[in-house]
Each structure stands twice: as C-alpha cells, then as structure tokens.
Design a protein around this ligand. Structure first.
Ligand SMILES: CC(C)(COP(=O)(O)OP(=O)(O)OC[C@H]1O[C@@H](n2cnc3c(N)ncnc32)[C@H](O)[C@@H]1O)[C@@H](O)C(=O)NCCC(=O)NCCS
Ligand SMILES: Nc1ncnc2c1ncn2[C@@H]1O[C@H](COP(=O)(O)OP(=O)(O)OP(=O)(O)O)[C@@H](O)[C@H]1O
Length: 206
C-alpha cells in the first residue's frame, strides 16, 4: 500500500476454526488494535437496519428472530448449502463490511493494525493490507475445533470450508504463517516474535 496516511496493516486470516480469534486476542494483549471482519458483518445487520430488512425481504421472515435480529442459524444453513444464496448475501454485505473496515482503520492509533478476516484473500479486503499472516492447522483440526465450538455437525463445517480457499491456496499467499496445531500456550512466543517484526516494519514505513 502506498498511501502515506494509512496505518501499517497486517491481514490475519485462516479457515474456519483455525484460531484467528485466539491469535487476534494475543495481539490485543500486546496493545495492538484488531479490526474484526466478522464483527463488522454483525454491525452491518443491526436490528432495524435497512440491510437487515433487505435480507428479510429477499429470503423470508424466517431470516429474522422474534426480537427482530438476524436468525443466524437459519441463514448459516441456507447460504452454505446454496451458493447462489451466499453470493446474494455477500454482494449485499461485502461492500458494507469493506466500508466499516476502512472507517475502523482510520481510527487506529497504535504502531500498526491487525485486520482479522476469514475472507481476507477471497475478497478485495487483502488490498487494504501490507502483509498477510495465515493461521494454519490441518483440516481435520479445523473440523474438530469448529464442530465443538459451534455445536455444528461436521457436514455444515465442511460446507463452509468448501466456500473458502483451500489450505494450500491460502498458504501460498502468506507472508507469515503461524502453526496453531499445538496447545494454545504455544502461540504466545510466536506472536511475540511477529509483533517485534511488525513493529520494525511499521517503523520503516513511516
Ligand atoms: C451466514 C451468517 C449469518 C452465519 O452467521 P454465524 O453467526 O453462524 O457465523 P459467523 O458470522 O460468526 O461466521 C463464522 C465463520 O463462518 C465463516 N464464514 C462466514 N461467512 C462466510 C462466507 N461468506 N464465506 C465463507 N465463510 C464464511 C468464517 O470462517 C466465519 O469466521 C454470517 O456468517 C454472515 O452474515 N456471512 C456473510 C458475511 C460474510 O461474508 N462474513 C465474513 C466476514 S467478511
Ligand atoms: N491451540 C489451540 N488448541 C486447542 N483449541 C484451540 C486452539 N486455538 C483455538 N482453539 C479453539 O478452537 C476454536 C476455534 O478457534 P477460533 O475461534 O480462534 O478460530 P477462528 O479462526 O477465529 O474461527 P472462525 O473463522 O470460525 O471465526 C475455539 O473454540 C478456540 O477456543
């Protein structure tokens, strides 16, 4: 990125259940601002928003819960079983998510920022970042951890994985790779090393 006003930004990505949030929390603990694309996706569909109304109009009232919020379980099943529904939802949400990310990046004060996103490389979000950090685990570990965390069945996790890049595609685009196949404690030293490297790179950019 050549824009002089922009904060040095690391794109943190990985497949579902790889450990992006766990890694992001370690950077937060070091005082680094993390912008979370999944969080932006939630902000985009706030109760009462036009976007949420467009979703209910397009799918059905079933897309809303009684309190007027998004029926995430319903939509999750629908969009990952039917690529055309996912494409419709993405074409509505991704431009909004991109704008929310841009606004959040402008508010960053620290030496560098982290953009945590499952779809960093699948969308144009990667154009916002200076460097790509991939959290990597074998696919079997992804499935196991995501299934336990979400209480989902394996077939739903597999459907989500199919709509993301493959492990090989993602790794081929990484500048840095964090192996998260060990216990959570193993991440601490590796994150501290990366933090040192990123502080140096951010300093050189200024
Ligand atoms: C379908 C929705 C409502 C399901 O909500 P739910 O609470 O069950 O899941 P959540 O949003 O927490 O996402 C969980 C994980 O699913 C995967 N995922 C979500 N959306 C997508 C997508 N469009 N393509 C591939 N994987 C996705 C990611 O690994 C993500 O971390 C939600 O994921 C959504 O609105 N997706 C479309 C917006 C989007 O693309 N978000 C990703 C960030 S850019
Ligand atoms: N090293 C680890 N050992 C064991 N469990 C882990 C480890 N890292 C993360 N987990 C657990 O695995 C699950 C997935 O991790 P996390 O939520 O960080 O993944 P994610 O990449 O952010 O997923 P998503 O794309 O769905 O948002 C969580 O329940 C988390 O507590």
């Amino acid at each position: 990125m050549s824009d002089k006003n922009h904060v040095f930004t690391i794109g943190l990505t990985g497949g579902i259940g790889s450990g992006k949030s766990a890694v992001a929390n370690q950077f937060r603990a070091l005082g680094i601002d993390v912008i979370d694309a999944d969080q932006a996706a939630r902000q985009a569909v706030e109760v009462g928003s036009d976007t949420l109304k467009a979703i209910a109009d397009h799918f059905s009232e079933e897309a809303l819960l009684e309190d007027g919020s998004l029926n995430r379980a319903y939509l999750r099943k629908l969009v990952f079983d039917h690529p055309q529904h996912r494409q419709w939802l993405e074409s509505l949400l991704h431009p909004i998510i991109r704008d929310l990310i841009d606004q959040a990046l402008q508010r960053v004060n620290g030496p560098y920022a982290i953009l945590e996103s499952p779809l960093l490389l699948e969308t144009d979000q990667h154009l916002r970042v200076d460097r790509v950090l991939v959290v990597d685990v074998p696919e079997a570990v992804q499935i196991e951890r995501a299934t336990i965390r979400d209480g989902s069945n394996e077939s739903q996790i597999l459907a989500i994985m199919k709509s993301q890049l493959t492990r090989e595609q993602r790794l081929s685009r990484a500048d840095d790779i964090l192996d998260n196949s060990g216990p959570p404690g193993d991440l601490t030293d590796a994150v501290a090393q990366l933090h040192k490297q990123y502080l140096k790179l951010a300093g050189e950019q200024r």
